[in-house]
Design a protein around this ligand. Sequence first.
Ligand code: NAI
Ligand code: 2YC
Ligand code: MG
Length: 286
Amino acid sequence: MALLTPADLKNIKKTLEKNDKNIENLTGTSLRALCSNIYKTESKGEKIGIVPVTAGGGIIGSFSESLLHTVTHFGMNGFISKKTDVAGYYEAVTNGADIVLMADDCTYMAHNLRNNKISHNQICTGIVYSEILIRIRDEAFGKWYENPAEANTNDILAIGIGKVGRPALENMIRRGCNVYVYDSDPNVLNQISEEYDVIKYIPENTKIPRNGKITGNDKKFLKIFEATPNSNTIHESVLKKGAVVSTPGIPCGIERDTRKKYDVRVVQEPLGIGTMSMLYAVFDKR
Ligand code: NAI
Ligand code: 2YC
Ligand code: MG
């Protein structure tokens, strides 16, 4: 399980604001409104208790503080329990938390104590990052394409189909996208292609000559979802001019010079976007 490091969380304030603006430019809605539309829920001023957990690898420096910054940034009412683990949980509940946010090394969850809804970070991260691609408005491609409505198809390339990528894939299929999938683990790629109505995609740069023949696709994309723990997973051979990469993956999967060369817009943030998706998944229906 790829765990966050304090370095990943260093610029969370700036990164969250930058991505919120980016999401608004691309989809026409702020992150808050986007999450409210995805789950048809709204915040009613719930008190959010953040409980540090020492299990496994232990407390990650600034993890709880990053969650508090996220909920506060979006105008919600949060606090971090002074104690950790079970004592922290007891403290949060007895101090009136309506929702508890806490994470060990395996699961990061949000639990609404009032309506008993519970959400999981990897699932909600997959959903929100895929929805950003699905909800891009035509105007976002106007700078590069005569007919942006025509360019703005539902073709999406999904790279990395693991604990985050699979919920993303399921959401894209549910929402009627044509999903092309690539995963560097051939077992994963084969299993996903058998299990879901998707198109197996081998990017040019990973083409492997077999008995003199080169296999792989040369289709290019305007929308790419990536959820891998590696860098340089998005090669220029898959990109169209003005493409959008929506990636929870850490580190970022597209190199700076490739981004510049193809005018790529990137939505990538280490924790806050996924957290907002988790909270809206457990708020009450509108
Ligand atoms: P995972 O290990 O379950 O899945 C990763 C998948 O990517 C695997 O199937 C693996 O075969 C594939 N992969 C690895 N390198 C690849 C490459 N070069 N090309 C194509 N496929 C490749 O990991 P998980 O839990 O899905 O997390 C993925 C990433 O997302 C991690 O970096 C994790 O830290 C990050 N993450 C970020 C969050 C956020 O809010 N930004 C929230 C949760 C996870
Ligand atoms: O500080 C604490 O309370 C720690 N127990 C937090 C551990 C979080 C471990 N999980 C992760 O780093 C990743 C994040 C990207 C979100 C999901 N898993
Ligand atoms: Mg995030």
